[in-house]
Design a protein around this ligand. Sequence first.
Ligand code: HEC
Ligand code: HEC
Length: 248
Amino acid sequence: MKTTFFARVAIFGFFLAAILAGAAQAEIPDTFTNLEVFPKDIGKRHLMGAMRDFSTSLGVNCTFCHVQKTPGDFDSIDWANDSLEPKQVARGMMTMVRNINSELLPNATGQQGAKVKCITCHRGLEDPRTLDKVLLSSMEKDGVDVGISRYRELRDEYYGSGSYDFSPATLTTVAEILAQHRGDMDGAVKVLNLAVEMNPDDMATHLMRSQVMIIHGDKEGAVTSAREALRLDPSNEIAQKILKQIDQ
Ligand code: HEC
Ligand code: HEC
């Protein structure tokens, strides 16, 4: 399980401070030769603050963007080298953020002061897609079972970090899209079984499972889930109706 990315900011800051205070400091030059977006005369502290911010926002190390000639050797990093694609993408992202903050946000809100940062979108991830999108594209590509394994892996790694939304609505959204837009009832049932396992006290999860079970032709499953929904919310009218209809 990951620490929250806010905690990692502090942890990483500590290590970076140690690195900069130590022998490696000599390896990061005081002047910079290949800045296209930052001012060319930017101070070292300011630039290092920004680089630390990039790293924690994306949950990566410096070498995600900077070429390291000898693996594991910090001194062998060629900071000015542009050959890694993420570094080039990052420049575009810097310009995008600048445009959002200097023009688009003030125009949209009518006020100065609101700002987005890398972390606003990235949340400690290289790929900032939300969990429902990550799962749906994995399921589309490799099938529902692989998507479900992916959910379990991501939950083990990121639960509590704030990077992904593990609240019940994510899985019910995925199940709904499978059922309604992809016509995949088997897949929707599998996802709702996972959802019940993960969130046994979420009324909406049981209620949706009950409805999908009816369409899927599984009366017993529909009754079990409707009863669970009623246990959690005794006055729920949809669950009452489902039980009444099935009884007839
Ligand atoms: C997400 C990508 C990314 C990460 C991660 C990253 N950097 Fe950078 N770095 C850049 C980009 C982009 C530039 C160039 C900025 C510009 O063109 O104004 C840059 C420039 C630099 C430079 C100036 C090189 C020169 O001479 O022009 C140094 C030094 C540097 N980074 C150090 C670091 C350190 C130390 C870390 C880790 C704490 C780090 N970077 C993490 C993207 C990144
Ligand atoms: C408005 C939301 C948003 C903000 C703010 C944002 N990004 Fe991104 N970034 C994205 C999205 C979306 C993608 C994925 C694009 C794709 O699907 O390939 C991405 C992709 C990237 C990638 C490529 C990752 C990879 O795996 O190759 C890098 C590097 C990156 N962003 C760096 C940054 C940096 C540095 C900042 C802050 C200066 C930043 N981003 C701010 C939305 C954002």
